[in-house]
Design a protein around this ligand. Structure first.
Ligand SMILES: *Cc1c(COP(=O)(O)O)cnc(C)c1O
Length: 429
């Protein structure tokens, strides 16, 4: 065997060499290219691949045919123009921001964020000289008030995890664009099947593929997708990285040399090549398996979640239930606007009896798994205040809209009777 090693799956054989073309991805089964590097046809070919003049693969920190299939499918689902898959959702958050920011710059974000994203913005970015400005709430007005000449991006989650807020992407994108700033949307909870942020004006979409896309709790992964519409070249002072020769990649000028997707190309040639949060080919394969069944899993999970929410709302032992499908949810109208009737399979509630009752419920479930994951085929329960968000003090919890007694359910594929029975026995306990 040459430097390229191929593991054949599902009777599929595809020759592995540097001349691999993306058309090979039309194969029904996706081979796992478990390899570090790819052999070149000759020196001229190697040079052309390194110069990005010809599509191809050289070294798998930068790109890989199996990962490429995942990137293409996610790009297509989100209706973007290019994507870079990475090793986790957290790596996607970091790459999406790092691709635009530098010393002395800032980003503006909603206060409702995934726990690790919140702590990255609040506690890590500042040490890199980048300020994260947390808006008072998730409205376009609150966000716009914090944008200034050094703002490089507005960041939000289309549906906040675990707050369950729905951001008015169109209004926030308009506000950002008025100031020449792009909007980055973390679309993990919504999934690309239920919401397509690019259609509503977002410029960059990211995902934790670990959750709904993977769907089986086996594999971490993330992705950064370029919408291809933000006019980087019109803002050379705010975004010099796209208009000046790139010192980290032989003087490429992204906006000139890759005018359709400069953001995605820079994310790969600088973010991946030099910072190395690469997604393993085997993990891309596992995530692709998940993607194939995403649509049917969502149908069943969303159906189950409605029944769970309705059941919880009818219990005296429950003081509140948050579910986007309920008319009285403050975000219901925005959810309808952006999701139609496809409300996420995430239900949060507060057991009567507060924090202690929440801990008791959490300790008593039998079918539900006590996991800080979401979107799994299996039903999961989490208590954010004592796990994902335990670094937040009471004030920060309140600002992030996470009551200390909040229980978060990610409703799975099990039979609804089994799910309800488990909830009832845990509430009784
Ligand atoms: C889980 C999650 C992340 C982080 O993803 P990992 O794959 O766990 O690193 C980021 N954003 C949101 C909304 C998430 O739910």
């Amino acid at each position: 065997m040459s430097a390229s090693t191929l593991i054949v799956v599902r009777d599929e054989t595809i020759a592995v060499h540097g001349g691999y073309t993306p058309d090979s991805t039309r194969a029904v089964a996706v081979p796992i290219y478990q390899t570090v590097a790819h052999d070149f046809v000759d020196a001229a070919h190697a040079g052309a691949v390194f110069d990005l003049e010809t599509p191809g693969f050289h070294y798998n920190r930068i790109n890989n045919p199996t990962v490429d299939v995942l990137e293409r499918r996610m790009t297509s689902l989100e209706q973007g123009v290019g994507a870079v898959a990475v090793s986790s959702g957290a790596a996607a958050v970091r790459l999406s921001v790092r691709n635009l920011t530098g010393l002395g710059s800032n980003i503006v974000t909603t206060p409702q964020l995934y726990g690790a994203t919140y702590t990255y913005f609040a506690a890590v970015l500042p040490s890199e000289g980048v300020e994260a400005r947390f808006a008072a709430d998730d409205t376009a007005e609150a966000i716009e008030a914090l944008i200034d000449d050094n703002t490089k991006a507005v960041f939000c989650e289309s549906i906040g995890n675990p707050a369950g807020n729905v951001v008015d992407i169109e209004a926030v994108a308009d506000a950002a664009h008025r100031h020449g700033v792009p909007l980055i949307v973390d679309n993990t909870v919504a999934t690309p099947l239920c919401l397509k942020p690019f259609v509503h004006g977002a410029d960059i979409v990211i995902h934790s593929l670990t959750k709904f896309v993977g769907g089986h709790g086996t594999t971490l992964g993330g992705i950064v997708i370029d919408g291809g519409r933000f006019p980087w070249a019109e803002h050379p002072e705010r975004f010099p990285m796209f208009s000046r020769p790139e010192p980290a990649f032989h003087g490429v000028v992204y906006a000139r040399d890759f005018p359709d997707r400069p953001y995605a190309v820079r994310a790969r040639t600088v973010g991946l090549r030099n910072e190395g949060a690469t997604l393993a080919p085997l993990n891309a394969f596992l995530l692709l398996q998940g993607l194939e069944s995403l649509s049917v899993r969502l149908e069943r999970q969303q159906h189950n979640a409605r029944l769970v929410a309705e059941h919880l709302a009818a219990q005296r032992r429950v003081s509140w239930v948050r579910y986007l499908g309920f008319d009285d949810n403050p975000y219901h109208l925005l959810a309808r606007k952006y999701l139609g009737d496809r409300f996420p399979s995430i239900v949060t509630f507060g057991p009567a009896g507060g924090y202690d009752a929440a801990i008791h419920f959490f300790d008593s479930v039998k079918l539900f798994k006590r996991l800080v994951n979401m979107g799994d085929a299996k039903s999961l329960v989490a208590h954010p205040a004592s796990t994902t968000h335990r670094q937040l003090d009471e004030a920060a919890l309140a600002k992030a809209d996470i009551p200390p007694e909040m229980i978060r359910l990610s409703v799975g594929l099990e039979h609804i009777d089994d799910i309800i029975e488990d909830i009832d026995q845990a509430l009784d306990a």
